[in-house]
Design a protein around this ligand. Sequence first.
Ligand code: SF4
Length: 377
Amino acid sequence: MLLSGSKYGLARCCLYWARADVPDLPRVENPDAKAGTNRHHALEALVNDTDGTASALWLASLWGCTVEEWPAIEANIREWLPTGAPEVALYYHPATDTARSSDARDRAYQCEAGEVPMTVDLLRHRDGAPIEVWDYKTGRQDNLELAASNAQLAICCLAAARMTGATAARGVLAVVADDGTARLDEVELDSLDLDAIAYEVRGLVERTPTSEPAPGPWCSDKWCPARAVCPATRAAMVATPMEPMSIVVDSADACARIHTQIGLAEEFLETVKRARNEWLQSNPAGCELADGSVLQWTIEERDSIELTDAAAALIPPEAIERKTSKTAIERAIKATAAKGEAAAKMREVLAALDAAGAIKTTQFGRPRARKAGRRAA
Ligand code: SF4
């Protein structure tokens, strides 16, 4: 697998996954990642949209909101989004401590031997100021490192500085909320800081070919791409051998072991399902199963009914479900409330709904791991 800017934080913890002999498994973008990618595209489009002519419908669909919600979100984004060069592909060469950029979108294809590819969400040059590297973070950020210790930001700053000849760089993390507002976290790196990062990158790249698995919380927290094939996770599966499905969970040890096994088995199954599906998609004839049936990739259609006034008139009233969610209400309030008033408005609406008996609470149980010492909410 290839060491890249986005995986540099993982490389600081474990290098095994980046070895050339560790297979690069097919990856399918999960819906959350896809939504994040679309929001990055929306931000890129806004940076490019200097004359304000980009389609609101298109931008709203990228953001995942309605076209009515979009103007308020766009106004929030424009309050912090700077001008600059969006989506810049950089390639850092640790052996020569140099970097280059490329217009190409296919980063893996363009990468030359020994280079570390990365994408900078926004690169900003200002006279007399350090070169600026912006990284947008959208969606949940449970394990986000602060700018001062953020590995991806560090290597992107290094590459940007080496490419432009700058002696200092400023890295900015923009943690972007659903309503388009952003919390900015910055770090400024001088020439000594940049030299230290270059030294670290070169050392990690040199150690990669002989590195061994170093398991830890980063295996899952930092989305290691090799979890399904890594000997460390396989060893964990062997150390906690699968029991028949009829197993009785009769102790804390057995429960903890089964919980670990379930996580590993689900992850493994997701990986092999993706591999099976990719094979079937590229082999339309499919394969024969033991019972003589043929397994093929098929496209199925599912209808949904948009509840326009005309459609509602055709449907028996008892078939129409009338319900919404707190998330949908919150989104609508954020789009329409004056700045700073959304939270109070939301509380007011929820209190009124509660008083009207419109909020139904159901309880459900699920296993949930908490860090030791942290009490249940
Ligand atoms: S699963 Fe963990 S130990 Fe294995 S390569 Fe990934 S980070 Fe390293």
